[in-house]
Design a protein. Sequence first.
Length: 262
Amino acid sequence: MRFLFLLAVGLVFHPASFLAHAALNNLTTFPHFATGGGWKTTWVVVNPVSNPNGAAQLQFFGQDGQPVTIPLDDPLTGTTLTAASSISSNIGAHNMLIVETNSSSPTSISGWVQVATDSATTVVMESFQYTSLPSNGIINVQRGGTLAVAPNAIGYTIPFIEAQTEFSSVAIANTTTSPVSVAMTVRNYVGTTLGTYTISLPPRQQTAFLLSQYPVTSGKAGTIAFETPSAGQIAVLGLDFNKVNDAFTSVLALPLTVATGD
């Protein structure tokens, strides 16, 4: 499983790039999604206030930075939606929508999601589900979720544990149309720098990796800072896994407003 990471009421779904009567200008990002290969990603959008014209749009990008068309379902109605590279919906007052990927392919597709909403009160959440069939024949379903990341910081810090029964993975998305150079600094839990690295991301591209590819993290717990020269360039997500049963949960990416230093 760890390698696979490298992996409604009154609602109408539209595979479109705009909505007719709602201005979409509150941008947030999910740095990772996955579908196929046992993975499913679900997005929940909630309009928790009395605004009758709430709206949201999700645009899907592959790891190569290009729009990617993915199979989608509406689990509330049991409807198979048209596969699309973007979806949008008007959301009535106090309404909710759920849309999820639908793929039985043994090969996973992954990337990132740019989210736009009509207002700061419209909430978008994402969750991952991984289904495996262990040797005992019992279907094993694992879930983890996260809120969207607002890519307006100069970088992000995530805690990690690569010791005992835990391991971590990270996804980073370049949310801009220009290449970015991400400075990665690994520190232990008392703040000592263990290693510094550079990750180069072309426009709108995404990368996902296990921390185990950096030997300095082995057997350690600490933090990793991901920084760029200017704000609003990247979004970061961490996943923390349990080695015993591969259960996982999201790791909060803490926004940086000043450089962390050496």
